[in-house]
Design a protein. Structure first.
Length: 130
């Protein structure tokens, strides 16, 4: 049975700033404190993050409000289907509420929930809070 979960955090930046950073290679690497990332801002563009640990493609883009991407890590076996992330951005008084729903994960994917918090939300708070 495929796993899914939702995590969220308030990031101290505008939704436009976060959306654009997510889809920009240099800014994505900087906001997640990883050495290497590639990204694109069009549906169908491939991305890579955390030095190749994560790969996928843009499936749906709604400027400044939603990003949907296919997603897999190097821990997926070749016969496992890509999972899916949907990231939404909502204005809040002290920044943007970023909500990420990760679905269609293989049974061994439980660790990704804490990974989004540790390797995305916490570094993003520090990056945009500077």
């Amino acid at each position: 049975m495929a796993l899914s979960f939702t995590v969220s955090a308030i990031i101290p930046a505008s939704k436009e700033t976060i959306y654009n950073a997510w889809l920009d290679s240099k800014q994505h690497a900087a906001m997640t404190t990883t050495a290497d990332a590639t990204a694109g801002a069009k549906v169908g563009d491939s991305f890579m993050a955390h030095d190749g640990y994560i790969t996928g493609k843009n499936v749906e883009l709604a400027p400044n409000s939603k990003i949907v991407q296919s997603w897999r890590s190097t821990e997926f076996s070749p016969d496992e289907a890509d999972s899916l992330i949907e990231v939404t951005f909502e204005d809040k008084e002290n920044g943007t509420l970023v909500t990420l729903t990760h679905s269609n994960l293989p049974p061994h994917g439980t660790q990704y929930e804490s990974g989004w918090k540790a390797y995305y939300f916490e570094p993003m708070k520090a990056y945009f809070g500077e």
